[in-house]
Write a protein that binds this ligand. Sequence first.
Ligand code: OGA
Ligand code: NI
Length: 357
Amino acid sequence: MALATHQTQKMTCIKTLVSQSSHSNATLPSNYIHPINPDDSVANSELEHLIPTIDFSVLTSTDPAQRSKAIHDLSKACQDWGFFLVINHGVSESLMKDVMDSCYNFFNLTDEEKKLYEGTDVLDPIRCGTSFNTSKEKIFFWRDFLKVLVHPDFHFPDKPKGFSELVLEYVKRIREVAGELLRAISISLGLEASYMHNILNLESSLQVFVANLYPPCPQPELALGMPPHSDHGLLNILVENGVGGLQIQHNRKWVNVKAPPNSFLVNTCDHLEIVSNGRYKSVVHRAVVNNATTRISLAIANGPSLDTMVSPAPALTNDENNPPAYTPIKYKEYLQLQQGNKLDQKSILDRIRLQKE
Ligand code: OGA
Ligand code: NI
């Protein structure tokens, strides 16, 4: 028995779809079934344990030798994986837990309440919806979301009570961590520590708070929470409620990310790839779903300021072996392209790539 899809004008969110089904043997509606990709294979679990971990307290320590070792490790993580876990980041467990709890409560608001936050344009400061971009998709993703622009101007839904205040504090702490990571990354590229802060105007950086809800799915092997994609911006800092479901692509295989409690899952994004002229490639990742437990992830995107023209750092393109590999593009224009289309691998970055790989 298929779950009923109520397709009125707007798509039904997954949460409602699931709650309308009283059948324990429900099957997946056909417009959520993704074709199986024969090239997809999941790496064995040994690789999971090789995912790099960066100890933030060492990276920011005053001991130059320790710090320089941590910067070296970070550089390797960016180059070899485009992904790393961050531990000892100093953001309090209770703040992280409170933000996560408020997210549950947000998704538990009624459909009418959430409708107020739906938004219409891809750059609306508050948007709430399902899948990624239902106006462009034929097959949907098993995911509901809330996306809010929280910096340089802070916007937020006024429900549930207290959510906004918690997120205001949380995203400020995340900006501090992202800022330190970007200083260390700049150094690792042979640039001034403040290179990215200055050139990308990080004082006014765009920061987007994204909450993802992945309810239990009746046939998880046929569905996807999010398709293979890379993210816009510089660094995406994600936390999740311990259920697991993020996979990153590494040496053509999907690697399951199992993060220790309270760690940050950080992936390098398209604009870091552009600035580093391809030295640090944005990592392709996806979210898979399960049939037992609701998963929530909070992904905080940290990017340049919206009106920055982003181009490869001149210091990294100054010899004939390293010509500029990407056409400069305004971050705002890139964001509109990425959010306004289907989410598909690195399709937007590929448009501005000068040397085809
Ligand atoms: C994202 C994303 C993955 C996840 O929000 O961009 O890739 O595990 N999320 O929720
Ligand atoms: Ni992503």
